[in-house]
Design a protein around this ligand. Structure first.
Ligand SMILES: Nc1nc2c(ncn2[C@@H]2O[C@H](COP(=O)(O)OP(=O)(O)OP(=O)(O)O)[C@@H](O)[C@H]2O)c(=O)[nH]1
Ligand SMILES: [Mg+2]
Length: 243
């Protein structure tokens, strides 16, 4: 039985913090993540896409706002979560307990110290040998190299799911990816905009709890193609200008 934990209004050095977590069947991980959530976090949003386990129930009982998105997908879940966020700063992470909840204050300090608008938490170098297979390391490196070359900006971890950013920069972004490519799309939108200051620092990454959702070949290839589409497609910009 999980005791109910109400969350009081909170600030971190004058900033209201919203944490957004997409979850699909993460009953094991989400419990650990929410139990470690720092008390200075003002709002915790868990976006569920029809989990068939106790993810929603556990998240609600541990003080999170659980939002339901009818259409499946990591990107869909984030867009829905961001629309409900009220904090000045948004922090994201997975519900599988692979990203360090304890590092939120470290990331916020770095975000404020570096005076950036978007901070990417890089999982590299991976310190825990069990956290990432060699295949995933090579795939991640290939995708990050491709993104860095296409957008002329070195990004060590284009696939990281942990970011800190000002909520206000969402107004300047065109975010359309429904699936896993959302992670690279939001970074591209941040780094190609001269008004958005982009930074990246290293965090500790651990092995996930629960079942994998990622299909490395399918998602890896899709994400690679997405990078080229994002770099060379001009339809949206033109359509927008015309509108
Ligand atoms: N709401 C929602 N969440 C999703 C969906 N797909 C994945 N997620 C969540 O998004 C986060 C990232 O997915 P993961 O399966 O951990 O992907 P990953 O971190 O790239 O791969 P792993 O190495 O297996 O952890 C997790 O919290 C998932 O539960 C989805 O369709 N809807
Ligand atoms: Mg994960």
């Amino acid at each position: 039985m999980i005791a109910s934990k109400a969350r009081a209004r909170a600030v971190y050095k004058g900033h209201r913090i919203t944490v957004v977590i997409p979850c699909l069947n993460e009953e094991q991980g989400i419990e650990q993540v929410l139990r470690r959530m720092p008390s200075f976090v003002d709002q915790v949003i868990v976006v569920d896409n029809g989990s068939t386990d106790r993810t929603s129930e556990i998240a609600r009982s541990l003080g999170a706002e659980v939002i339901r998105e009818d259409v499946r997908g990591y990107g869909r879940a984030y867009r829905k979560g961001f629309a409900h966020a009220t904090g000045d700063l948004i922090v994201t992470l997975d519900g599988d307990h692979s990203y360090p909840v304890d590092a939120i204050s470290y990331l916020l300090e770095a975000f404020l110290h570096l005076e950036v608008d978007f901070l990417n938490a890089s999982r590299f170098p991976v310190r825990n040998p069990k956290a990432m297979s060699l295949k995933h390391k090579i795939g991640n490196l290939a995708l990050s190299l491709a993104m860095s070359l296409l957008f002329l900006r070195w990004v060590r971890d284009s696939q990281s799911g942990m970011w800190v950013f000002r909520r206000s920069i969402l107004d300047e972004m065109t975010l359309e990816a429904d699936g896993m490519a959302f992670s690279e799309e939001i970074k591209i939108e941040a780094l190609k905009n001269r008004r958005i200051r982009f930074g990246e620092i290293s965090i500790m990454y651990s092995s996930r709890l629960g079942e994998k959702k990622l299909n490395p070949w399918r998602d890896g290839l899709h994400n690679l193609l997405f990078l080229f589409k994002k770099r060379f497609s001009r339809t949206k910009k033109l359509a927008r200008r015309a509108g």
